[in-house]
Each structure stands twice: as structure tokens, then as C-alpha cells.
Design a protein around this ligand. Structure first.
Ligand code: TNX
Length: 522
């Protein structure tokens, strides 16, 4: 009996706390205590004080959030008196750990780092959203929050290689990411359809629309202000038609003389047995890594059409024999040995898409023995459990982008976009994305190596930024919660309710998103 009543109390508590939970917190913080009927009102005496110059950005952001919601511009003061005070507290233990206390007369926000304070500011911003009276802001809802993320790597990926996106459009996307505590933006900068990064050493490579050094620096700075890191991706050895259109002689021997039409030609590869490929990419990797402060560079490694290239190229086959291999896919070993050597020489760490010995289950091994220091991204439908197991065995870091949940280029509902380049993509509705547990339900010791999540917006059919946000939202809200919030603190019914005020805000900010009509019974 005792046990039952304890359970009942527990269940009641959980339901109550969800029913009364601050209406718009996404991702849901990991420790929330609601103070019933407490509101911190914003008025003439409200002022923000911050403890040092590295919190100025966060102070300004909060000032902007308050102005946006209430029209009131509250003063900000360094080390001054303010009833909203922000500071760095070295006693907090992990990088993004913050503690937020909203009382009737005072708000205090402490973070382990300036980044943590910034994450707390996004939480504060969501406390101003109200579900029942959207235009009348009473103030911050009373609450104590002690919060830190489940995973340190929470990424979205844009693909301006397929359809170019301008610097301003990417900044607009970064703004939306920051609201939901994403901290990495991967830019897929090269593919068959375009080479979108201008290099001093190889100016002829870049497509008509491409980012200059200044553009890249501008994006890096803009993202860094919101504690988002940009990870560049240069996709090799496949997905290289745009590169090979400029350097056809660096493709395989059997392909020489076959025309490349950028935008149409795919399935080409860099020749594994041509030393010039390595000379050029040594320089390219040096130049690209010098432009990005991130400790990572992503070198792709996905969907290499080996049987049409390396397997039919006489000099690749000769190299294969010389090295004693019987399968041309083993040429990935010398290929990435050299390419990852360049990554290391430049003091960076490589990321690759995880490829297995088959593209469908029952794949049971890696495509080739990957070098020890690779960080993997799992992506292919059905293969994530195998990727988790294989990377776990060698303790390689793994980023979770399983197609079933995290491919934001897949349709959100049957018959919805994309209307072209849809190869029969599985439907991936909001409810499914929300189901992602990045630990795949495994015991703790089997998910130690999982470092986070990534949602991908492959761009074949994403021809502008409004389409990109339409495909991303609201599923990116679900992914943000998957990356930040412990499973015990997640709940689909609660998420749906918290989502609505956020959708209203996104709409007010001019963000195109898909209305998730199917989650309402009618
Ligand atoms: C596979 S995902 C690709 C991309 C495509 C995507 C379309 C991955 C590593 N490679 O090149 O854009 O499918 O969904």
C-alpha cells in the first residue's frame, strides 16, 4: 500500500509539474522547480548587471529579448547594481552548466563559463513566452533552474554546396539555432553541385557563388557570439564532380574524357593512385583548416562510387595489387592515411561519415579499417546500432545523425516536400524525431562514446533559406531536446504544449516552418 501511494504521488507530481511547467522551455532544462504564482515583473527599475566584459554579449542579448517582448529598454551595467544579475561561477562543474533563480524582486543567473550564462539567457527568454496570453507579457515566471546538457555536441548541418545560401541567410539560421541551445553548425561546403569556399591557392575551384575568406570570418564571428562553432566539411573522395570539373585529370583513368556537367554529373571520385591529388589536398586542407578555429574538419568519406572509379581504374588496381589488397575499397586505407595526415599536421581532428561494409543491414563491419583518431557520424537508415557498437568497441567518438530521426531533408508528412530529388525518402514526422534517444536506449557503459546529435539539411531540394527553415522546424526543436535533456525529463505531451508558443515566436520572427497538424487529433 505504501509503495502504491508513493507511486501515485510520484505520478501525480510528474503530471502536475508538466501541467504547470513554464510554458515554452525547449529544450526542457534538467532541473526545474516552479515557484507558483511568482512573477518577476519588468518595469522602470529593472536593470541588468553583469560581472565582466565576457558577459557583455549575454547582457545585450537579454536586453534585446526584453525589448523585443515588452518594448522596454532596460539599462545594462558592468558590476553595477541590477536586479537581474549575471555572473560566472567557477564552482559550477561543466562548461554549459548554469543556475537560474527568478524571484519576485531579483533574478540571478550564474554560469560555469560565459557560454553557460548565454545558455541561461536563452532559457530566460523562453520564460517570457506565455501560452495563454501571447501579447501581454507579465514578466519572468518564478522558477529555480539548475541545468546542464546531456551531450556536449548539438549540431545542425546546412548544405550550401547543393543550393547556395548567402551569409545573411546563414546568420538568420544561426539566430534560430541559438534560441534552442545548438552549439555547432556544420557547413557542407563542397559537393558535386558546387565548390563553395574561395581559396587563395586554388581560386579557379570555387563556383560562381562561394564564400570568401571575409565571408567565412564574418560567419565564424557571428556564430561565436552565440557560442556556436562552425565545422567545415570538404567531402572527399566521392561527391567531387565540381572539383573534377576543374581538375578532370585528378579523376580516375577510366573516366578521362567523360564530360562533367556540374549539377548533373555524380558518382565521380578522386583518383586514389595519383600523387597530385594528395599534393593539392594537402594544400586545400591546410588552407581550409587555417580559416576555421574549430578543432574539427569533416572530410566526408560517404557514398564513394568505388565500383565505377577505383575498381575500373588501371592505376588504382595496380596500387591495390601492390599493397596486397583484393578489394578496391581497401584503397580507402592509403587515401585517408594521407588525407588525415594533413588534418593532423594542421593540428586538427577529423570527422567522417560512418560507412559500413554494406549500405543496408546486415552490414557488420566498417567499410575499411578507419584510422584511430576519427570521430564518426552515423547516418544510414538501419545501420546506427551497428555503428554504435563498432565505434564503441574502439571508443571512437560518435555523433548521432540517424536518418530515421535526424534527416531533416526527409518529408515531415506523407506527400509533403521535397517534390524533387525525392528518391523515396522515408517520412520523418515530428513525433518520430522527438523519439530519438541519442543513447539508443543502451546501458550507460555502451553509450559513453556518444558525443551528441546532428540534424542534416541536405540541400538538393532545399533551394532557399525559407525552405531550409521549413524543413528544419519544428523538428529541430525535438532534436534540441534530444541533445540537451536527459530522457527522464522528456515527455512528448509536455513537448507539444511547450512547442506552440515557440512556433508563434518563430512566426513573429519571420521563420518559415511546417505546421505539425498531424499531432492534433481531429
Ligand atoms: C546521402 S547523408 C548523402 C547526401 C545526400 C543525402 C540525401 C550523406 C553522408 N550523404 O549526399 O544529400 O543522402 O538525403
Amino acid at each position: 500500500m505504501k509503495k502504491i501511494s508513493f507511486l501515485l504521488i510520484l505520478i501525480l507530481n510528474v503530471t502536475l509539474s508538466y501541467a504547470q511547467s513554464p510554458a515554452a522551455l525547449i529544450p526542457y532544462p534538467n532541473n526545474v522547480v516552479i515557484k507558483e504564482d511568482v512573477i518577476y515583473p519588468i518595469d522602470e527599475v529593472t536593470a541588468i548587471s553583469y560581472s565582466g566584459p565576457d558577459l557583455l554579449n549575454s547582457a545585450k542579448d537579454l536586453q534585446q529579448i526584453i525589448r523585443h517582448k515588452t518594448g522596454i529598454t532596460v539599462p545594462i551595467k558592468e558590476n553595477g547594481k541590477g536586479n537581474i544579475s549575471m555572473s560566472v561561477d567557477k564552482n559550477l562543474n561543466t562548461d554549459e552548466h548554469y543556475v537560474l533563480e527568478v524571484g519576485e524582486n531579483q533574478i540571478t543567473l550564474k554560469g560555469a563559463t560565459p557560454e553557460a550564462v548565454f545558455r541561461g539567457v536563452t532559457t530566460l527568454g523562453q520564460l517570457l513566452l506565455s501560452d495563454n496570453n501571447l501579447n501581454k507579457i507579465e514578466g519572468f515566471k518564478g522558477v529555480t533552474i539548475d541545468d546542464e546538457p546531456r551531450f556536449s555536441y548539438r549540431a545542425l548541418m546546412l548544405d550550401p554546396a547543393r543550393h547556395f545560401l548567402t551569409v545573411d541567410e546563414i546568420k538568420f539560421f544561426i539566430d534560430q539555432m541559438a534560441k534552442y541551445k545548438f552549439n555547432v553548425l556544420q557547413l557542407h561546403l563542397t559537393d558535386d553541385q558546387g565548390w563553395r569556399i574561395k581559396l587563395d591557392n586554388y581560386p579557379q575551384l570555387s563556383s560562381e557563388q562561394a564564400y570568401s575568406k571575409e565571408d567565412i570570418q564574418d560567419l565564424i564571428n557571428y556564430a561565436a557570439d552565440k557560442y556556436i562553432e562552425i565545422v567545415p566539411e570538404i567531402d572527399i573522395p566521392g561527391h567531387t564532380s565540381a572539383f573534377l570539373a576543374v581538375y578532370p585529370e585528378l579523376g580516375c583513368k577510366n573516366k578521362q574524357g567523360e564530360e562533367i556537367i556540374v549539377g548533373k554529373t555524380d558518382n565521380r571520385m578522386l583518383c586514389a593512385s595519383n600523387e597530385e591529388v594528395y599534393d593539392i589536398f594537402g594544400n586545400i586542407i591546410a588552407e581550409v583548416t587555417s580559416m576555421f578555429p574549430s578543432s574539427y574538419i569533416h572530410l566526408g568519406g560517404d557514398e564513394a562510387a568505388i565500383k565505377y572509379n577505383w575498381a575500373q581504374c588501371e592505376s588504382c588496381l595496380a596500387l591495390m595489387n601492390e599493397l596486397g589488397y583484393t578489394d578496391p575499397s581497401r584503397l580507402m586505407i592509403p587515401f585517408f592515411d594521407k588525407m588525415l595526415g594533413f588534418v593532423r599536421e594542421n593540428g586538427k581532428k577529423p570527422i567522417l561519415w560512418c560507412e559500413l561494409n554494406n549500405i543496408y543491414p546486415p552490414a557488420d563491419d566498417f567499410l575499411f579499417p578507419y584510422p584511430e583518431d576519427v570521430t564518426f557520424v552515423t547516418w544510414r537508415n538501419g545501420l546506427t546500432p551497428t555503428c554504435i557498437e563498432l565505434t564503441g568497441k574502439r571508443n571512437s567518438p560518435l555523433i548521432m545523425a540517424p536518418g530515421e530521426y535526424a534527416y531533416l531533408d526527409y518529408p515531415q508528412f506523407k506527400g509533403d516536400l521535397p517534390e524533387y530529388n525525392n528518391w523515396g525518402m522515408p517520412v520523418s514526422p515530428l513525433s518520430r524525431t522527438y523519439q530519438l534517444d541519442p543513447g539508443y536506449g543502451l546501458p550507460q557503459e555502451e553509450q559513453q562514446h556518444i558525443m551528441g546529435v546532428m540534424g542534416t539539411l541536405w540541400g538538393e531540394a532545399i533551394n532557399d533559406i525559407n525552405r531550409a527553415t521549413y524543413m528544419a522546424f519544428p523538428r529541430a526543436l525535438a532534436l534540441s531536446e534530444a541533445g540537451w535533456t536527459q530522457m527522464d525529463n522528456r515527455d512528448w505531451e509536455s513537448f507539444k504544449q511547450r512547442m506552440y508558443p515557440n512556433l508563434y515566436e518563430l512566426m513573429k520572427d519571420g521563420v518559415s516552418f511546417r505546421v505539425p497538424f498531424e499531432i492534433v487529433e481531429r
